[in-house]
Structure formats: structure tokens, C-alpha cells
Design a protein around this ligand. Structure first.
Ligand code: KG4
Ligand code: ZN
Length: 331
């Protein structure tokens, strides 16, 4: 099955072609116009998607060596995401599908992040535990043997990616701060500063909002000069507590449902320390841990085509209904 996937839920304009579980092309442009605002401005993002999408889709088809006529269908992101950006992708996909008389499917962005793990390793098969960690989500979900999603834990406030971004901002780093924090952390001491792990030992929900206040207080105590000198230690300590919170709850969930392994997905799954710690903890527990290949961690079109493919395989078409839904949840 040959599918085109279009992703426009936030600030990545992306399109890709997949054939079954093989990625033939994966083209994306991260919009940089938002940097000066320290976060994504929805109206600007919509306009940028409108400007960039035709060229990105053209390139995705060209790199894959296929034409619109060859496609078996077109998938776009139905939600969750920003309403305006979602509408641009949906309208573009609809026009393309109508013109070429191809089937059109609206896919769930969160299922897409999980599909990215299967695109990276087509042997991935339920049951397993899924940890979705992105800028807007931090969620533990059981994927049952028959493919149903059962929510086990969620963040009560900020998402893990949001915690990286907001704490990074306090540290004077750019946006998105996740990769920047991670880069500085490489040469830092993870035990240099004690920061809190929210809701430790208290069920499977997460809480990251306390981290911002704790970090602000710590920076005030240290003073500008020390903060500037010890940024690597601060980033390493910060990264460490976010990762320990994720790994701790994930291992608890694995034990609770006796699941064989965990698929970690979403933008934060690119984090190297998270990969190492999760991998080691899972192995210690006799379980496996899998991640998307690095190029499929960020929002991309291949994962959207993959999400549609997964539903189509099971003939489960209702979740692929059209329109947009900014508040769509997993499952
Ligand atoms: O999934 P994604 O691309 O977009 C959303 O759907 O939110 O995730 C973006 C998030 C941002 O918060 C970014 O800071 C974080 O993923 N991120 C990272 C890393 N790469 C991206 N966080 C920590 N370490 C990284 N290497
Ligand atoms: Zn995402």
C-alpha cells in the first residue's frame, strides 16, 4: 500500500511517502519564524504551512519517485494540534485527494508518534506499553493484544517536552530548549543539584510544573555568575530528574500490567539520556525498550501515513474520519 502523509499540527510542515512499513521519502521543514517569540504563534504557523506545503508535498513525491496517481490514499493529521495549522493541512490534503480521486483519511497525531516506532522496526507488535513524550503530551498507555489503547497515566500539568522548554527558557536557552539542554548536559554532572521529581511513588501520573519553580529558586540562590559558569551541571541535573520521572513510572506500569516491553515516542524520545536510562531499566526488568529512529522522533509525515496504515490494516476506519479535532486524544 502506497500512502502520502501530511503533517501540519504545529510548527513542522511535513510530507512523506511510505510503502507498507518502508519510508520512501520524509521531507520536513521546521518553521524558524517562531524563534523570536519564544514559542509557536498559531496564526504565523498557519500562514507558513500554506506557503510551504505545496513544495514539501511535491518534494516528498519526487524523492519517493511516485506521482499522485500512483498513491493508494492520502492521510493528514486530524488532531491533536493547533486549529489553524490543522485546517491548512486538512484542506490541502482534501483538495489533492479530490483532484486525484484518491481516498482521504484523517489520522491521530499521537497514534502517528507510535507508528514511527513501527516504521523504525516493523516487527513491533502489541501488547506493549507506550510512553508518549512530546511538547504537549506525557502519557503512559497500554496497547493491548488486539490493538486497543488503555490510558494508564498522564501528566497533571506540564508535559515533559514543555518542562524541557520552560526550564530551558529560565536558563536563557532558545526554543525549543529540549535538544539544547540535552547537549549542554553531556558534559555536566547529573548529581550537581537536587531538583524535585513530581509525584514520586504516587501512582502513574506525572507532574513537572514544580520543576520550573524549583529551578527559578535555585538560580536565584546561585546568582548570575555561578549560573553562567555551571550551566552544564544545571542542564545535566534538570535532564536527569525529568528522565528519572519518566523511567520510574514506566517501569512501574510495565510491572503492573506484566507487559513485555515499552515503545517510547514523541519529540522527547530523541533524548539520548532517556534512551540509555530507559533501555537499561527495561533490560534489568527483563523487558525490551524501542524508540523511533532519530529522523522519525520529530513531527513528520511518515508517522501520519503510518498511523493511517495501522488502522487500515485492521479495517478500523472510524478513527480515520475526516475534518479536524484539535483536542483529539489517544485511543
Ligand atoms: O513531538 P514533538 O516534535 O512536537 C509535539 O507534538 O509537541 O515534540 C517537541 C518537543 C519539544 O518540547 C522539544 O523540546 C522536545 O520535544 N525535544 C527534546 C529533544 N528533542 C526534542 N527534549 C529533550 N531532548 C531532546 N533531544
Ligand atoms: Zn508531535
Amino acid at each position: 500500500m502506497l500512502l502520502l502523509g501530511i503533517e501540519t499540527s504545529c510548527d513542522e510542515t511535513a510530507a512523506a511517502v511510505i510503502r507498507d512499513w518502508t519510508v520512501l521519502s520524509n521531507v520536513l521543514k521546521t518553521q524558524t519564524v517562531h524563534e523570536e517569540f519564544g514559542g509557536v504563534v498559531p496564526e504565523i504557523a498557519s500562514r507558513e504551512h500554506l506557503r510551504l506545503l505545496p513544495g514539501i508535498v511535491r518534494e516528498a513525491l519526487d524523492v519517493a519517485g511516485v506521482s499522485v496517481e500512483d498513491l493508494d490514499g492520502i492521510a493528514y493529521t486530524r488532531g491533536p494540534g493547533l486549529a489553524g495549522p490543522l485546517l491548512v493541512g486538512a484542506s490541502f490534503a482534501r483538495a489533492l485527494a479530490m483532484d486525484a480521486q484518491k481516498p482521504l483519511w484523517g489520522a491521530n497525531h499521537l497514534e502517528g508518534h507510535l507508528a514511527a516506532v513501527r516504521l523504525s522496526d516493523p516487527t513491533l507488535k502489541p501488547p506493549f506499553l507506550c510512553l508518549t513524550v512530546s511538547g504537549g503530551h506525557t502519557e503512559l498507555t497500554e496497547v493491548t493484544k488486539d490493538g486497543a489503547f488503555v490510558s494508564m497515566g498522564n501528566t497533571r500539568d506540564d508535559a515533559a517536552g514543555e518542562a524541557f522548554d520552560k526550564c530551558g527558557k529560565i536558563l536563557g536557552l532558545g526554543y525549543p530548549a529540549g535538544p539544547l539542554v540535552s547537549n549542554l548536559a553531556k558534559t555536566g554532572n547529573r548529581k550537581a543539584f537536587a531538583l524535585p521529581i513530581g509525584l514520586r511513588g504516587d501512582g502513574l501520573d506525572f507532574s513537572f510544573s514544580g520543576l520550573k519553580s524549583a529551578l527559578s529558586r535555585l538560580l536565584q540562590e546561585l546568582g548570575h555568575e555561578t549560573v553562567a559558569l555551571r550551566k552544564n551541571d544545571l542542564c545535566a541535573s534538570l535532564e536527569s530528574v525529568i528522565v528519572e520521572a519518566l523511567v520510574g513510572k514506566a517501569m512501574e506500569a510495565l510491572r503492573e500490567r506484566n507487559l513485555p516491553g515499552i515503545a517510547v515516542c514523541g519529540g522527547v524520545s530523541a533524548n539520548r539520556h532517556l534512551r540509555e536510562r530507559m533501555g537499561a531499566a527495561a533490560t534489568k526488568q527483563g523487558a525490551w525498550a524501542r524508540f523511533p529512529s532519530p529522523d522519525l522522533c520529530t513531527d513528520n509525515g511518515a508517522m501520519i501515513a503510518g498511523a493511517a496504515m495501522w488502522r487500515l490494516e485492521r479495517n478500523d476506519l472510524e478513527p480515520l474520519r475526516k475534518g479536524v479535532d484539535p483536542g483529539l486524544e489517544l485511543g
